[in-house]
Design a protein around this ligand. Structure first.
Ligand code: NAD
Length: 377
């Protein structure tokens, strides 16, 4: 069976869904791997490295997709490439289906069996395939590095003969995978770090990393026991906003990471809060793909407000650290395929009743099979 690795065409996408290391392992499963020319360039992987690992390098998407039974991609291929995927082929990518209502019906119509890796259930068995975690971790790291670069004062406390440089104060909003890595990275750079979250489980995690927990704790947060935060009530939002106003004003950097899966990111840092920050302060908004946690964020851009606050609202933060992000993403996809691989027949074997399969498969055999999209049929 042939497995195609496509070059990403969406703007700002710098990652690639395979590396020479995973290509070797895929070949070891009995696959023939075809990589589209230039697929790895923005992640510093030349075609020659894929070829040296045993992949065939195809000139374009049509050649790469010809007779491919499996397609690996980072984001869902655009319609032009999608139309060249053979009926019955397995497509594994981060589909973005929750934000694109036409995608799932069109995949079903094209007869593509699509696995949406962002819908992977957050269970222990799935951890090594968890693309959201692997990418969010790197995004959290990168946010602090870019925030530190934009901050013109200094992170660690430095006592010199010429005077003392105070440590930066960093406030992390949302302590999930990205937020916890942001806390750890900011601490390693010497900042004084605090963080907030609505899930009670996050409080201990924040403290265990040496940061201070700042947050509203009430009957409503006590119900946030799942892996994902639920939308909060207006009453809670009001209490949270009062605390946020005071906290944001005291900090030099605010790193926003609070997402609600599939929905618009909650606005947690208002324009008025930004106005209360000192000139030279920095807001890094990792939630900009979901519209941003900061009201002043312009998704896709870095701006400076009238009061001199820099707001880094870039999209696709994992794509800003493409070599590491591709390495981990490619490994996640390899683990997924290896887990659901028929060693005898050398083809994918995706038992429909398996919890992971049920979680990720959007379409199969021309039908919509995912419960969240059944009404789209
Ligand atoms: P996420 O990207 O959906 O959200 C980021 C963080 O923002 C979360 O901690 C969330 O609680 C917080 N948040 C959302 N709305 C908020 C609000 N209004 N105010 C303040 N904070 C808010 O989450 P994530 O990082 O993908 O994962 C969250 C949690 O899932 C992890 O911390 C972990 O406990 C769990 N998880 C489990 C597994 C597994 O078991 N396989 C894998 C990954 C993550």
């Amino acid at each position: 069976m042939r497995l195609a690795v496509l070059k990403e065409r969406r703007s700002n996408e710098t990652r690639v869904a395979a590396t020479p290391e995973t290509v070797k392992k895929l070949i070891g499963l009995g696959l023939q791997v075809v990589v589209e020319a230039g697929a790895g360039l923005s992640a510093s992987i030349p075609d020659a490295d894929f070829a040296a690992a045993g992949a065939e390098v195809a000139a374009g998407p049509a050649e790469a997709l010809q007779d491919a039974g499996i397609v690996f991609a980072v984001q869902a291929p655009e319609p032009a490439e999608r139309s060249q995927i053979a009926r019955g082929a397995l497509l594994v990518c981060v589909s973005g289906a929750l934000a694109d209502s036409g995608l799932v019906p069109s995949l079903a119509e094209a007869g593509i069996d699509a696995a949406a890796m962002e819908l992977l259930p957050r269970i222990t068995r799935a951890q090594s395939m968890d693309v959201l975690s692997s990418q969010a971790n790197l995004a959290g790291y990168r946010a602090v590095i870019e925030g530190a670069h934009a901050f013109d004062r200094g992170f660690a406390m430095m006592m010199t003969a010429a005077g003392t440089v105070p440590p930066a104060r960093v406030f992390v909003v949302g302590a999930g995978v990205a937020g916890l890595q942001a806390i750890a990275t900011a601490r390693r750079l010497g900042a004084i770090v605090s963080a907030t979250d609505v899930r009670p489980a996050a409080k201990e995690e924040i403290k265990s990393l040496g940061a201070t927990f700042v947050g509203v704790e009430d009957a409503e947060t006590a119900t946030q026991t799942g892996a994902y935060a639920k939308e909060m009530t207006a009453d809670f939002k009001q209490k949270q906003a009062a605390l946020m106003t005071a906290t944001v004003a005291k900090n030099d950097l605010v790193i926003c990471t609070a997402l609600v899966q599939g929905g618009r990111a909650p606005t947690l840092v208002t324009k008025a809060m930004v106005e209360g920050m000192r000139p030279g302060s920095v807001v890094v908004d990792l939630a900009s793909d979901g519209g941003g946690n900061c009201e002043a964020t312009e998704p896709g851009s870095a701006i400076t407000t009238e009061n001199g606050v820099k707001i880094l609202g870039y999209r696709n933060w994992p794509g800003r650290i493409p070599v590491a992000a591709s390495t981990l993403y490619a490994k996640n996809l390899l683990t997924f395929l290896t887990t659901f691989w028929d060693k005898e027949a050398k083809v994918p074997k995706l038992p429909p009743e398996d919890e992971i399969v049920k979680g990720v498969m959007l379409t199969r055999g021309g039908a919509i099979v995912h419960k969240n999209f059944a009404s789209a049929a």
